[in-house]
Design a protein around this ligand. Structure first.
Ligand SMILES: Cc1cc2nc3c(=O)[nH]c(=O)nc-3n(C[C@H](O)[C@H](O)[C@H](O)COP(=O)(O)OP(=O)(O)OC[C@H]3O[C@@H](n4cnc5c(N)ncnc54)[C@H](O)[C@@H]3O)c2cc1C
Length: 360
């Protein structure tokens, strides 16, 4: 397993449960801050299936039920979607780095060997196996029957092995984080504006996140340190400015510009390898589908890997076809969702989304 984010950790734990030995190579030296703290209600069935619901319920310091989504989208009115009325029950808001720590511990309990500070440096095929070399804190050589790419958006293994990553939509997120007193009602807030949209959430430990989403231009993508200044911009919003209390600049604990568009591999599996999570298909955060796809694809890939090792020659192709179907359904829903906002059809961000051709 290359990559120890949510996808890599769930795949390693599932493989352990299936009696297979997994080795996880994670480039970071410990779980680090990442945006992505909302587990949507639609995640609940997959969280139940992989045994995570009970674990989250037992850790109120890491996860708590979301009150729901309040949004100003499609009109100036603020709409409330109460989490407890959702067909799958309320979603969760998590402390992301503690969540990843929990997933990693669970993978190790299931028998995985976990290497922090191990960045994939080289991979080569020999016979019907792979040889992997790592650099970083942990320099090792590993041999494996099957390799799973869980490296997130870079898709670092699949691309080395010749897969192409196809961009459907480009978008960047300017994200700031800080810590405040935890609040009782954990609402997720979403708001559209003439040039994109906004998102805010508050995790159980009081860590707060505010993100502004914009079309990504070549200049922004190339800039090493684009200016993240949300103070003036938030003043022009309707919902965000009333629910988010930005701290003084010096109290911000995180500032990042993240790629937040949609992209997928042209094929999510090949001879002896599979890609899972964002490496296989990365979703626009407006869909809240990133973590559920990470977990669901990890579970499916672990089962496909076992079938393939046991001799089922088409197991990996079947997995790749499933990923394609998921991504196509997502793109149809994404297009429909953006097209519900009609107030700024003449502005570049919205015009582009209204002009997207229909997907298969
Ligand atoms: C601004 C923003 C907000 C988001 N909000 C949400 C949300 O609210 N809800 C939601 O469901 N999703 C959200 N997402 C998406 C979600 O965070 C991702 O879908 C999720 O992180 C995917 O998990 P993953 O394990 O596939 O990848 P990652 O979490 O990216 O993990 C990949 C891991 O691989 C490691 N790695 C990379 N290269 C190598 C290498 N060469 N060798 C070894 N290790 C390597 C990395 O260090 C990393 O830990 C958001 C995304 C963004 C950008």
């Amino acid at each position: 397993m290359v990559g120890g984010g949510p996808a890599g950790a769930v795949a390693a734990a599932t493989l352990g449960g299936l009696g297979l030995r997994a080795v996880v190579l994670e480039a970071a030296t410990k779980p680090r801050w990442k945006p992505g703290e909302a587990l949507a209600p639609e995640c609940n069935p997959i969280l139940d299936r992989v045994g995570l619901s009970a674990l989250l319920a037992s850790r109120p310091d890491i996860a708590r039920r979301s009150a729901g989504i309040r949004s100003a989208w499609g009109s100036g009115e603020i709409a409330y979607r109460d989490g407890f009325r959702e067909p799958f029950g309320a979603g969760w808001i998590i402390d992301r780095s503690q969540f990843e720590r929990l997933l990693s511990a669970r993978a190790v309990e299931a028998g995985a060997e976990w290497f922090w500070g191990a960045r994939l440096h080289a991979i080569e095929r020999y016979g019907d196996s792979w040889r992997l070399d790592t650099s970083g804190l942990a320099t090792h050589r590993f041999d494996a029957r099957i390799v799973i790419d869980a490296t997130g958006r870079p898709a670092g293994v699949a691309r080395r092995l010749g897969a192409r990553r196809i961009q459907y939509q480009s978008q960047i997120a300017k994200v700031v984080g800080w810590t405040a007193r935890p609040i009782e009602a954990a609402w997720i807030s979403v708001e559209s504006d003439p040039d994109g949209w906004w998102y805010s959430a508050s995790a159980p430990n009081g860590s707060q996140l505010l993100a502004q989403f914009r079309e990504s231009t070549a200049a922004q993508a190339g800039a090493l340190k684009p200016r993240i200044d949300l103070y003036d911009a938030i003043a022009a919003t309707r919902l965000m400015r009333s629910v988010v209390a930005l701290p003084p600049r010096e109290a911000l604990t995180h500032q990042a510009v993240a790629s937040a568009g949609s992209a997928a591999l042209d094929h999510a599996a090949g001879e002896g390898w599979l890609a899972i999570g964002d490496a296989a298909a990365a979703f626009d955060p407006i869909s809240s589908q990133g973590l559920s796809n990470a977990i669901a694809s990890a579970e499916a890939a672990a089962h496909a890997a076992r079938s393939w090792i046991e001799g089922s020659g088409d197991a990996l192709d079947a997995y790749a076809a499933r990923m394609t179907a998921t991504y196509d359904a997502y793109r149809r829903a994404l297009r429909a969702h953006y097209q519900t906002e009609t107030r700024w059809r003449d502005r570049p961000f919205w015009r582009r989304r209204h002009d997207w051709p229909a997907c298969r």
